[in-house]
Write a protein that binds this ligand. Structure first.
Ligand SMILES: [Zn+2]
Length: 322
């Protein structure tokens, strides 16, 4: 997937921070050891000398230089061994004076043999998601604080009974999430907890290490439109099409234009064809969705997604009083 310049730069800065802090931590440990075990300095002196002499050996004839380099390598190895033994005998871990990089593969440089390291890709991805999801209150909307007691209880077909099964479905969905999980349509009147449950799913799926984009429909189409008309060099479309889980909140609340209709169809259709899960929440009924967008979009969503109907009366009023 492609990344924005901003995500690339942030990832570079993060790696630099990691390298610097790894080196600083190593220096602190070294100062501590130099005070407690000053004999370590002499051992390290020998290690450094062996290293410098290797450079000198380059000017010698090839046979001499080979033997000389082998001798230096032995000296260096034995000094390293001595250092480990000394540390161990004083009760320190053997590798106490090694630099502890976050990524051992690339030593926090971001590339190995000219190829981008996975840690760099992961960083860019997380900055890319952060940029698109803006500041989400994920932590405050969880499954365990979804209040079923706000939904009226009057028999087996009551809103409470329905919402109990919706809640349990969403929990199971988040727990068993895979890259090929089904797409979901959360629909019903406004103020019935659709945003709460989609944020709870997002939080859980992010925790499992998947790449999740959560965005309001309005925000999503604004960003796509800016890019389309060259007012931004970000790459939202690519990220939207490729993330593991895309959640579009409040579809239908945005200002609908020919552009949003074609962008929405492209997103829903492309992700369906590649079996990538999308969650859409909307206050619109199937008929309203068809009237607002078109037949193609409404049938794609209503026939290709699993439906979760949210029942009851607006609970936001109740929430503010209890
Ligand atoms: Zn790495």
């Amino acid at each position: 997937m492609a990344y924005s310049k901003e995500a690339y730069q942030k990832a570079e800065q993060e790696l630099e921070k990691r390298r610097n802090s790894a080196l600083l931590e190593r220096e602190k440990r070294h100062n501590e050891i130099a005070l407690k075990l000053p004999e370590i300095l002499e051992i390290e002196n020998r290690m450094a000398k062996a290293g410098l002499s290797t450079i000198k050996a380059v000017g010698m004839s090839s046979e001499d230089s080979k033997k000389y380099i082998e001798k230096l390598a032995r000296e260096s190895l034995s000094a390293q061994e001595e250092r480990r033994t000394l540390l161990k005998s004083a009760g320190y871990p053997e590798d106490y004076l090694e630099v502890k990089y976050t990524c051992r593969k690339c030593e926090d440089k971001g590339s190995v043999n000219g190829l981008i390291c996975d840690c760099f890709k992961t960083l860019m991805q997380s900055f890319e998601y952060e940029r698109l999801c803006s500041k989400l209150p994920i932590g405050s909307y969880r499954f365990d604080n979804f209040r079923l007691d706000f939904y009226p209880e009057n028999g087996a077909t009551s809103p409470r009974a329905r919402m109990t099964s919706v809640l349990s479905y969403c929990k199971g969905y988040a727990d068993d999430f895979r890259k090929t999980s089904p797409s979901l349509l959360l629909y019903g009147k406004t103020g019935l907890g659709k945003t709460h449950l989609s944020l709870a799913i997002a939080g859980k799926v992010v925790e499992k290490g998947y790449g999740v984009i959560y965005t309001s429909a309005q925000n999503l189409f604004n960003k796509l439109e800016k890019e389309k008309f060259g007012r931004s060099d970000e790459n939202t479309e690519d990220t939207i099409l490729n993330c593991d889980l895309l959640i579009i909140d409040d579809l239908g609340a945005e200002f609908v234009t020919a552009f949003t209709v074609s962008a929405l169809y492209n997103i829903v259709n492309t992700r369906c064809l590649e079996s990538k899960p999308t969650i859409v929440s909307t206050n619109l009924t199937q008929k309203e969705l068809r009237d607002t967008y078109n037949e193609r979009i409404s049938s794609r969503i209503f026939s290709g997604f699993e439906h979760l109907y949210f029942d009851g009366e607006d609970i936001r009023q109740l929430k503010s009083t209890r």
